[in-house]
Design a protein around this ligand. Structure first.
Ligand SMILES: NC(=[NH2+])NCCC[C@H](N)C(=O)O
Ligand SMILES: [Mn+2]
Ligand SMILES: [Mn+2]
Length: 307
């Protein structure tokens, strides 16, 4: 049976202040041009485009005290928190079009706040080549898009860890990370120390995507809110070249479809980030188009005869 989805509000966050390469600021428009809204509507989803969050321009400075553009990152995340909270308050599903991955601090803080008030469990599925668990003292780059998971878990500057009012916004036990293949030296130590549940590419190679996903989706309650944070650099760069920190050896097309199909099967998708699409590096919008294709599967489009 085709599944009914809650109404969706997509919103854009056109900035790259958290990244070390310019261009993710054009991601929202690329995803719109690739037909994200139309694709969801065609699946029978009630979808509106809430427009873009507004924030400061990218000053394009080097890192200061371990962070690049911290003030701007905070300003954009406040806007994201407000936008996501507003959409959740209307009973709709926020779908954030990034922008770089630092913006997941605001979106996930909003979802965590919403779940706390509603007394609902939250599970965060972090689809990424990177663990994004750096801090100002261990970061090799100062780029805040390498730090959002740590910030959400209460490790980071107060202006970011406190964005949703509750510190920490989430705990590592609520997070599952999938597709990981690039973790910085000191970051490895930190993710181990905090016991992050990581399904890296080696594990996926060994046990297969089906088993890895079954484990990542284990122990969901019937009313768990599932947040998917989809960094397109989880995908292999040969199929998704339009991203600022590409890492070889990513998930292939069918594995990516299976991830989305298995999430769809849970019926628990509650919110979504689509981040790190960089049109300046893309090949005729192929990465945005692939992201739209995958989001269709996330909303129940099946390549098999299962409808
Ligand atoms: N969301 C991302 N693409 N993150 C990339 C982070 C890369 C690297 N670990 C850093 O901290 O600079
Ligand atoms: Mn990321
Ligand atoms: Mn990444």
């Amino acid at each position: 049976m085709p599944r009914r989805y809650p109404p969706v509000s997509i919103f854009g966050v056109p900035t790259d202040v958290g990244a070390g390469t310019r261009g993710a600021s054009m991601g929202p428009e690329a995803l719109r041009v690739a037909g994200l809204g139309e694709a969801l509507a065609a699946r029978g989803v009630d979808v509106v485009d809430a427009g873009d969050v507004v924030g400061p321009k990218n000053p394009w400075r080097g890192p200061q005290a371990g962070y690049r553009h911290l003030d701007e990152v905070v300003a954009w995340n406040r806007g994201v928190f407000e936008a996501s909270s507003g959409i959740l308050g209307e009973g709709r599903m926020p779908v954030m079009l990034g922008g770089d991955h630092c913006l997941a601090i605001g979106s996930i803080a909003a979802v965590a706040d919403h779940c706390r008030r509603a007394g609902r469990a939250l599970r965060v599925l972090w689809l990424d080549a990177h663990t994004d668990f750096n801090t100002s003292t261990i970061t090799p780059s100062g780029n805040v898009h390498g730090m959002p998971v740590a910030c959400l878990c209460g490790i980071g500057p107060e202006a970011l860890t406190g964005i949703g009012g509750h510190v920490p916004a989430i705990v590592p036990a609520q997070v599952r990370q999938l597709g990981i293949r690039s973790v910085d030296q000191d970051e490895k130590r930190l993710v181990k120390e905090h016991r992050l549940d990581i399904y890296d590419m080696r594990y996926i190679d060994e046990v297969g995507m089906k088993r890895a996903m079954e484990q990542a989706l284990q122990d969901l309650a019937p009313d768990t809110h599932l947040h998917v944070s989809f960094d397109v650099d989880i995908l292999d760069p040969t199929i998704a070249p339009g991203t600022g920190t590409p890492i070889p050896g990513g998930v292939n097309y069918r594995e990516a479809q299976l991830i989305m199909e298995m999430i769809a099967d849970t019926g628990l998708l509650g919110s979504l980030d689509i981040v790190e699409v960089n049109p300046a590096l893309d090949a005729r919008n192929a990465t945005a188009e692939l992201a739209v294709d995958l989001v269709e599967s996330l909303f129940g489009k099946s390549t098999l005869m299962r409808d």
